[in-house]
Structures are given as C-alpha cells and as structure tokens.
Design a protein around this ligand. Structure first.
Ligand code: PGA
Length: 255
C-alpha cells in the first residue's frame, strides 16, 4: 500500500517572513486533510522557522539538498545530521537543476541518499530525461542508468523508505506537463526497475511525478496507478494553489 505524498519544492524562493505568510494561509486550508502525506521543502535558511511551525501540524519538513560527508572543512555545505537537528524528515536529492547546473553525478546523488538513510531521513531521489533524450528515443535508457547509479547506496531492507520523483526535465517550470498517459508509462517502467532491484518492497516505494503540476492537472495524474504523489515547484509557492493540490480528490492508498 502506498500513501500519496505531495511535496512542495520551493527552490531558491521565500525569505523567512514570506515562508511564515505562506504557512499562515496554507496550514488552516489543509488542517482537515488526512489521507495524504504533505511535505514542504523550503530553502535551508527557512528550515528552522518552517520546522517550528510544522511541528504539531500534519506536514513534514524537507531539505532540498545535503552534503554526503558527516562533517569537515566543506564551506557552505550542510550535513544530514544538521538536517535531523532541524527536524527534517525528507530531503530532495538529484534534482535536475542540481544535476545540470551544479554538475551532480549519479554517484554523488547515491552518496547523498546513503547519508540520508544513515541519518534516518527519507530521500526523495529525482530522475528525469531531457527533451533531446526523449526525442531521440533514449528515455528508458537514461532513466535506467540514473536509477541504477542514484540508488546504489540504498541499505538492504530499507527500500520502502525511499521516495522516487520522476521529473521530465522538459516539463519542469515550462508549463508543459507530461500527459497522464506518458507519466504513467514512465512510472510503470520505473516501478519495474525497482522490482528488479528491490523485489516486493518496490510495491511500497512511492513514485512522485514532477513537472508543472497544478491544481488543474493533479487529479488526472494522481488517478494513474503508478503515480503516488507530486513534487511541485512553481505552484507550491502559492498557498492557495498548493492547498488545492494537496486536497485533490484523492483516490486513497494504492496497491
Ligand atoms: P515545477 O517544478 O512544478 O515548477 O515544474 C517541479 C520541480 O522542479 O520539482
């Protein structure tokens, strides 16, 4: 059984004051929501403030990144232990923006996920193909490689704590959402790969779709059998829009 998981990725948006304003408007709107997991990933600078506000709410705190080292001379970096200290329950790793703009490799993503597992934080591992790769018919090949590489350090017996996010790069921030059929076809492929890697536990791994998710398209996406949630960028910055996404007419847990 897979409980739907709707996550806000705020990227490099919002000061602490703006985050507070968001929560003032968002939390009352979702107070009655109980069938889905709600996750908010603010920038590092807001983690403490947002975490305090989320304590006692149903929403969980997430980081957008982590350094795989335990500690040391790594100026500007943040460790998994520091995220635990602030109450993070999830952390996003391998987002396509980090892969493309900061040259992050599958190997580095795998080490980050491994460090998160070791600290007791659930990784949200992102994979996705570019438009050129899809048009060249390489989507499944690219995803298989990202999956194998990025999940290399998932500890035995803990696969179900993993959240996978399928985010086609051509759909991120572009307004071009994958159709529910294209997303489902890709999620089913990813699920099959997870089964090959983790066996029956793969049936409990949640796979989120990400890329221009909005209140208007979330329901059709979530109705697909292998789409277990959404990782939302742009629309998650608006409390009203993200509350509508979280409150989509859920089809409940999936088997
Ligand atoms: P988007 O971003 O919803 O703005 O397309 C999704 C993401 O990058 O996680």
């Amino acid at each position: 059984m897979r409980r739907p998981i709707l996550a806000a990725n705020w990227k490099m948006y919002k000061t602490t004051g703006e985050a507070e304003e968001f929560l003032d408007r968002f939390l009352p709107r979702v107070a009655g929501v109980s069938e889905v997991d709600v996750v908010i990933a603010p920038p590092f600078t807001c983690l403490d403030r947002v975490g305090r506000r989320l304590a006692g709410s149903k929403a969980a705190l997430a980081a957008q990144n982590v350094n795989p080292q335990a500690d040391g001379a790594f100026t500007g970096e943040v460790s998994a232990r520091m995220l635990v200290d602030l109450g993070c329950r999830y952390a996003i790793v391998g987002h396509s923006e980090r892969r493309a703009l900061f040259d992050e490799t599958d190997d580095f993503v795998a080490r980050k996920a491994g460090a998160l597992f070791a600290a007791g934080i659930r990784p949200i591992v992102c994979v996705g193909e570019t438009l050129a790769q899809r048009e060249a018919g390489r989507t499944f090949e690219v995803l298989a490689e990202q999956l194998t590489g990025s999940l290399a350090e998932v500890p035995p017996g803990r696969a179900e704590e993993l959240v996978l996010a399928y985010e086609p790069v051509w759909a991120i921030g572009t307004g071009h959402t994958a159709t529910p059929e294209i997303a489902q076809e890709t999620h089913a492929f990813l699920r099959a790969r997870l089964v090959a890697r983790f066996g029956p536990a793969a049936g409990r791994i949640r796979i989120q779709y990400g890329g221009s998710v909005k209140p208007e398209n979330v329901y059709a996406l979530m109705a697909q059998p292998d789409i277990d949630g959404a990782l939302v960028g742009g629309a998650s910055l608006d409390p009203e829009a993200f509350a509508r996404i979280v409150s989509y007419q859920g089809s409940g847990e999936k088997r």
